[in-house]
Design a protein around this ligand. Structure first.
Ligand code: ACO
Length: 311
């Protein structure tokens, strides 16, 4: 059980919105097909990871009332770094005026939960304040002539400030997994575009989410009926519905933003989490289940007791 708690949060989305109708003019698809098969109506594109992360990070620090120089560690979960070298976290660290260690973490769409688990271990070992950002620009690596992938992806960033608390633990259980034997199902070569075997990713994603979520709940010592809100990776509403069914949790308890964001990879879970917080769906002491899967194939889940009030 870890003692970090989330005290500040913010998102950033690029201005450019690409609608399904616009996509239907680019490839052989339709608004109806995309909405029915994925649950997506629009997505933000043309984002740059360093810029989105800087904007979200700055606003999250302000929300938490934490000065940049107070941050002890910065973790940037991304799979679409600005450059191969240096790590984009270094660029963002400088933009934000941080004076601490910084590193990129690539676990694809599971990246934010991987980052959260990592941050909580540092909080447990005595670190006071950590900045975690999930940010991706999938539009940069999308093949805009491939209708099986280009309708799914978007760009965005979500940032959280994690502060150590000596009170009740907030991070109750977690699970991390990777299955590298499935790496060929979803990949992007250097200088290339995203290639995905959608049906097989779909099938494995449902199972991976179920396994990760159950393992995290078991480690937290809680049962599915105690979960107030599930914050799943926003890849496809049909994947989420299927996973919720297998977990025995009503699908109405799933946070959803993919309608307007598409699949934003490492940004997806913080975007959905922060949308739920800001729209008043999360109350003090609620148990949240964050669960993601992604290329690799990675999967990750965490049970968090919501405690922004600091008890
Ligand atoms: N518009 C219209 N028709 C399409 C489109 C499109 N955009 N894309 C595919 N089709 C067609 C196919 O060609 C196929 O036609 P056919 O029957 O004549 O061969 C038909 O629609 C059905 O295709 P399927 O692939 O069976 O469609 P499916 O219901 O599986 O949906 C989708 C495809 C949306 C890609 C789905 O498989 C999916 O969401 N997979 C998971 C993707 C995912 O989660 N990726 C993210 C992983 S996380 C990360 O790390 C980035």
């Amino acid at each position: 059980m870890a003692f970090g708690r989330i005290t500040g949060w913010a998102i950033d989305l690029p201005e450019r919105i690409l609608t399904n109708d616009e996509l239907a003019q680019m490839v052989d698809t339709s608004d109806e097909w995309i909405r029915e098969r994925s649950g997506i109506s629009a997505r933000h594109i043309d984002g740059k990871v360093s810029e989105m992360s800087t904007n979200a990070g700055k606003a999250a620090l302000e929300k938490a009332g934490v000065k940049p120089e107070e941050i002890d560690l910065f973790i940037l979960a991304t799979t679409t770094a600005d450059k191969v070298v240096p790590a984009t976290s270094s660029i963002v660290q400088n933009n934000l005026g941080l004076s601490c260690g910084a590193f990129d973490l690539n676990a694809a769409c599971s990246g934010f939960v991987y980052g959260l688990v990592t941050a909580m271990q540092f909080a447990d070992s005595g670190m006071e304040k950590i900045l975690l950002i999930g940010s991706d620009s999938l539009s940069t690596f999308t093949d805009w002539e491939d209708r099986t992938t280009c309708v799914l992806f978007g760009d965005g960033a979500g940032a959280v400030v994690i502060e150590r608390t000596s009170e009740q633990p907030c991070f109750l259980g977690w699970d991390l997994m990777a299955d590298g034997s499935a790496a060929d199902l979803l990949y992007c070569e250097h200088g290339g575009k995203i290639v995905m075997h959608g049906q097989e990713v779909f099938r494995r994603a449902v199972i991976a989410m179920e396994n990760a979520a159950n393992a995290a709940m078991e480690k937290a010592g809680i049962t599915n009926d105690q979960i107030s809100l599930v914050v799943p990776h926003q890849a496809n509403v049909r994947i989420i519905d299927a996973a919720m069914k297998r977990l025995g949790i009503p699908k109405e308890k799933a946070a959803l933003v993919m309608d307007t964001t598409g699949n934003t990879s490492a940004a997806s879970i913080p975007l959905a989490l922060i949308d739920s917080i800001d729209s008043g769906q999360v109350e003090q002491d609620d148990l949240l289940l964050l669960v993601g899967f992604g290329a690799g194939m990675t999967s990750a889940a965490a049970v968090v007791r919501w405690n922004s009030a600091g008890n």
